[in-house]
Design a protein around this ligand. Structure first.
Ligand code: AMP
Length: 394
């Protein structure tokens, strides 16, 4: 795969795919612009090189229809403010008006195309739609890591229709950090996996067991493993049908000599609600009518000790229902331990990222991935369709 700094883009119509799928509030204000800021190095580079910069993205789920509330107008405005430069928003992402607008562009100018998902052809990877997107471009650069696990027209189909294709600096950075952690990690390498369900992370666990020295398991998914070990877990989240797989994973860890850590205590409540009465109990003493909603203080101490001498830490998924203050302490404590470790620390997955920003310690983490789904796919040992498409171009 070629990267943008290996391609001549001077004066060229350079079409970029970014992931500008940012959260908006009811007044259509952007509440978090991390995804826009993440690709500024790529845009700055292209503008400095004198490229004609055409950017495209999706926003939300308009499902192939024009939904005015999901226009990229707020994104164009924010990007313009961040760059200190006019960003013109086209009325559509294909068609004669777009062609006209692009034909008048000067080097160092920037035009944003309207939401790709206003057309059904984007998500169905329609070849004709991909061809129309490509028609004005001399060069195509993909830097939408957050979308790389999807097979869409603007990140896969399009590569068949533009002669010169490559990736931007964000994709380069994401893949480099990922390789650093998983291909030749500094050891001990500790993987932390949390979140709600085992079913969504079985393949991840299967993959990480072959790579890591130690695995820490927290969140709702830990209760399936605790039940498999014979503990009474009350009404905690459990996937009974996965008890055999949970046992297989723990057995595989034993035979590979991977240390496997489960919570030893937890915060329990009768209900998953902000005002519920809570208790901290050892894992052996979960009341049959209560549920475990966070790791307890003894677990926090145990997990922090495991992290103490780690050289590489990879983390996906919260330790509890961190959205509610009553059950957020375990996740916050893990953020502090990870942030204050001396390891290379890589965190990915939407929720973990939110939890870290909540504690304000984001700048102490080596790398926070911008791609939830794409990050998880890599953690399953899979390749990403968008990356495969770029590889096929070189
Ligand atoms: P995931 O998307 O699998 O990473 O799961 C994230 C979700 O897991 C968050 O919304 C948490 O509230 C939820 N979660 C974490 N721990 C628990 C728990 N002990 N019980 C129920 N939900 C949990």
């Amino acid at each position: 795969m070629k990267f943008i700094d290996e391609i001549d883009i001077k004066g060229k119509k350079t079409l970029f795919r970014f992931d500008f799928n940012v959260p908006l509030d009811d007044s259509l204000h952007i509440t978090d612009d991390t995804r826009i800021r993440a690709v500024l190095p790529t845009i700055d580079y292209a503008l400095d090189e004198g490229a004609k910069v055409i950017v495209m993205s999706h926003l939300g789920r308009p499902k192939g229809r024009i939904v005015p509330q999901l226009s990229l107008a707020p994104v164009a405005k924010r990007l313009s403010r961040l760059l200190g430069k006019e960003v013109r928003l086209a009325k559509d992402c294909i068609g004669e008006d777009v062609r006209q607008l692009i034909s008048k562009m000067e080097p160092g100018c920037i035009v944003m195309l309207e939401n790709l998902r206003f057309h059904p052809g984007e998500e169905s990877n329609d070849d004709e739609f991909a061809r129309q997107l490509a028609c004005c471009a001399d060069v195509y650069i993909d830097d939408a890591f957050g979308n790389a696990h999807r097979r869409h027209a603007s990140n896969v189909g399009i590569t068949k229709h533009v002669k010169i294709c490559g990736a931007g600096f964000l994709i380069k950075k994401e893949l480099n950090y990922f390789k650093q952690a998983l291909e030749n990690p500094a050891r001990p390498f500790v993987a932390i996996v949390g979140g709600s369900k085992v079913s969504g992370k079985l393949e991840t666990l299967g993959y990480l067991i072959k790579k890591a020295d130690k695995i820490i398991l927290g969140g709702g998914m830990a209760f399936t493993f605790l039940k498999a070990r014979g503990y009474e877990i009350g009404r905690s989240l459990v996937e009974d049908e996965l008890l055999p797989q949970a046992n297989e994973i723990m057995e595989a860890a034993r035979s590979l000599r991977v240390k496997f850590y489960l919570p030893v205590d937890c915060v329990i409540a009768e209900r998953k609600s902000a005002d519920a009465e809570t208790k901290i109990v050892p894992i052996q003493e979960i009341n049959p009518n209560w549920m475990g909603l966070d790791i307890g203080p003894a677990t926090t101490t145990l997990f922090s000790e495991v992290l103490n001498n780690a050289k590489t830490i990879l983390w996906n998924g919260p330790m509890g229902v961190f959205e509610l203050d009553a059950f957020s302490r375990g996740t916050s404590a893990m953020v502090h331990s990870v942030a204050n470790s001396h390891a290379l620390t890589i965190v990915g997955g939407g929720d973990t990222d939110v939890a870290i920003h909540k504690t304000g310690e984001g700048d102490k983490i080596t790398y926070i991935s911008t791609g939830g789904g794409a990050f998880l796919k890599l953690l399953e040992g899979k390749t990403l369709p968008a990356i495969e498409a770029l590889d096929a171009c070189s």
